[in-house]
Design a protein around this ligand. Structure first.
Ligand code: PGA
Length: 251
């Protein structure tokens, strides 16, 4: 059985004191769930990773980052490496979020290099894929998502398949209040799982967690978690408030 995974992507929000406060509140509310039922990951901005990591030290709630460079060190001004994230206690990193693809030119090939760098150093990845509204209207969802998944997973050999998480996030649903329906998302996610099977084998496909992301809220989380292939959620806006994030974790 796959353990569901709920991750909060705080994006470029929260100063260090604000992040510490939010992490403490979330920890109080979801500690038991995180120990028993569901993997919970908080992904604050780089600046707050250390402080939030300290809050989560004796907690089952895990720490994640929102991006990473593929090289372990060197002359890459402004970048942060996998060993640096591991050093802070990160267990996951979000890769290829649609905002990084749209605003920072991130490609499938870059996502692939980052995924290899992370997994080879025992850092879990949450790889984001999803179609734009335009692509959806043209009926190209499957083609676009397949290309992204193929690109991201090329040559990947995850030693621990549970460290490979894919987030299906239709771009038109991110931060818009407009979400895919549970069954729409499940269809795409089941397709992704079949593709993972073709690429990495049936056992890996069974073990890989695939989340839905895009305007997940306490009011709609059940419609996703009750689907056969959806293993959790990547939550943006609703993860910035402890009560709403905790409700989502509790399903
Ligand atoms: P949202 O963001 O929940 O605010 O739509 C999701 C995401 O970007 O991961």
């Amino acid at each position: 059985m796959r353990r569901p995974i709920i991750a909060g992507n705080w994006k470029m929000n929260k100063t260090v004191p604000e992040a510490v406060r939010l992490a403490k509140q979330i920890k109080l509310l979801v500690e038991e769930d995180a120990r028993e039922r569901v993997e919970v990951v908080l992904c604050p901005p780089f600046t707050a990773l250390h402080a939030v990591g300290e809050v989560l030290q004796d907690s089952a709630v895990k720490l994640g980052a929102q991006n990473v460079h593929d090289q372990p060190k060197g002359a890459y001004t402004g970048e942060v490496s996998v060993p640096m994230l591991k050093d802070l206690g990160c267990e996951y990193v979000i890769l290829g979020h649609s905002e990084r693809r749209a605003y920072f030119g991130e490609t499938d090939e870059m996502v692939n290099r980052k995924a290899k760098a992370a997994l080879s150093r025992d850092l879990g990845v949450i790889i984001c894929v999803g179609e734009t509204l335009h692509e959806k209207r043209e009926g190209r969802t499957e083609e676009v998502v397949r290309t992204q998944v193929r690109g991201a997973l090329a040559g990947l050999e995850p030693a621990r398949p549970e460290q490979l998480v894919i987030a299906y996030e239709p771009v038109w649903a991110i931060g818009t209040g407009e979400n895919a329906t549970g069954s729409e998302a499940n269809d795409v996610i089941a397709m992704i799982r079949r593709l993972v099977g073709e690429l990495l084998g049936a056992d890996t496909a069974e073990a890989v967690r695939i989340q839905y992301g895009g305007s997940v809220k306490p009011e709609n989380i059940k419609s996703f978690l009750t689907q056969s292939d959806i293993d959790g959620a990547l939550v943006g806006g609703a993860s910035l408030e402890a009560a709403s994030f905790a409700e989502i974790v509790k399903g």
